[in-house]
Design a protein around this ligand. Structure first.
Ligand SMILES: CC(C)(COP(=O)(O)OP(=O)(O)OC[C@H]1O[C@@H](n2cnc3c(N)ncnc32)[C@H](O)[C@@H]1OP(=O)(O)O)[C@@H](O)C(=O)NCCC(=O)NCCS
Length: 162
């Protein structure tokens, strides 16, 4: 199995993989156009010439990126494919100087294993919610917000006493 950046020849399989989970409400669907426009954001897992995993890192602001469209083919679940793709995206975030990586997810157990922490959705900046208008759960979003802090994250220290 190989983890690598996506190329244009992967797009159709990426779309089908995402659609499979979008159909059961686990994630937002992606069009071929949207995948092409953001192709540089995506990493794939490939085995025997077949795309078995996809995940994207979308930079939202100078200090914030989001993991989107994370999907592993059902027959490949539990083999570390998701972990390897997310680890690759976190390395990318480190390289880009991003301080926090966000995931809006139902898979809290998976992300906890990767050192993400649950945060209050109200604490997130408005730009995070830009694409949520396309979601039919806009008014009753039940996803959990989880954040990973990279080495660029500044820990706020209490002000020194005078
Ligand atoms: C969530 C998903 C990406 C995980 O991918 P995966 O390749 O099966 O996960 P991995 O094998 O890399 O698992 C890594 C670790 O997380 C654990 N894990 C995986 N899914 C889990 C879950 N739903 N709850 C708790 N732990 C989970 C594994 O047991 C493993 O633990 P270990 O390192 O102690 O052995 C995959 O189940 C999936 O595609 N789900 C459907 C789409 C989806 O919900 N995507 C998330 C959108 S944010």
């Amino acid at each position: 199995m190989e983890i690598r950046k996506a190329t244009s020849t992967d797009v159709e399989e990426m779309q089908q993989l995402i659609q499979q989970f979008a159909d059961i409400g686990l994630m937002l669907p992606r069009t071929i156009k949207s995948l092409c426009e953001h192709l540089q954001c995506f990493t794939v897992a490939v085995e025997d010439g077949k795309v078995i995993g996809v995940a994207g890192l979308h930079v939202l602001w100078t200090d914030l990126a989001e993991i989107r469209s994370l999907a592993v083919a059902p027959e490949a679940h539990g083999r570390g494919v998701g972990r390897q793709m997310v680890t690759a995206l976190l390395q990318e975030a480190e390289h880009l100087g991003i301080a926090q990586v966000l995931s809006l997810t139902y898979q809290t157990g998976f992300f906890e294993k990767l050192d993400f922490h649950i945060v209050r959705k109200e604490s997130l900046p408005h730009k995070v919610w830009k694409d949520c208008i396309y979601c039919n759960k806009f008014y009753h979003c039940d996803e959990v917000a989880m954040v990973y802090y990279t080495s660029h994250h500044q820990v706020l220290r209490p002000a020194r006493e005078a």
